[in-house]
Design a protein around this ligand. Sequence first.
Ligand code: ZN
Length: 120
Amino acid sequence: MTEQPCPFCEIVAGRAPATVVADWPETFAIVPLNPVVDGHLLVIPKAHVTDFVADPATSATTMLRAADLAGGHPAGSMNLITSRGRAATQSVWHLHLVPRAEGDGLALPWYSGRGKRVAS
Ligand SMILES: [Zn+2]
């Protein structure tokens, strides 16, 4: 069985299409295939990394670029989200920058269902 090529590395290599909205020497930002709201972006390091722990300098640079993008965005509220590991729903490592608005229906913050314990 052949391993699936990393979709982001395919974009960096010019072998896959993408709507690139920002391009820096080490990082780029694209519109995801299925944006959850208008303005949803993915901020991705050009060097493939396993997750945000694998190369902290790359993680920091990617975060810096995401902060630059967010600072120039008209939405006052946004989520900057990433994940590590299968149980955390990680795919190929990247950051999600998601502009938010009151009543947009996106399911954050998380709710564990555990609630507060009441002393008896
Ligand atoms: Zn990759």
